[in-house]
Write a protein that binds this ligand. Sequence first.
Ligand SMILES: [Zn+2]
Length: 117
Amino acid sequence: MDAKQLQLKEKLESLLRDTSLVAAELQALNQGKGIPHYDDIELPAHDVGKRLSRAIQMERAREVAASELKGTRCPDCRQQCKVEIEVRNVHSMDGPIELTEPVAHCRRCRRSFFPSA
Ligand SMILES: [Zn+2]
């Protein structure tokens, strides 16, 4: 693990600690006084985890799509093709996300394709 990876890993640990404190405090305010059943703690915590997962998926997909914007060659005619970004709604295992995808268009073949496919 290089220095940048170590720095990012430590930053993630710190942000997760802070996030869990904020989520727990918000959960306590939402629940008010009294002793909650454990399900009342676990289920909202799991919802926050799913939100984090969806946010990571959308961010990472945006990064990957942006890296493909330089263009690509058509797999059929080898013509250099323009790549555009398209957004579509996808149901991930953690709920709905807007997935950003690179889509290339070959004008010669009149077809669209995914550059990384
Ligand atoms: Zn083509």
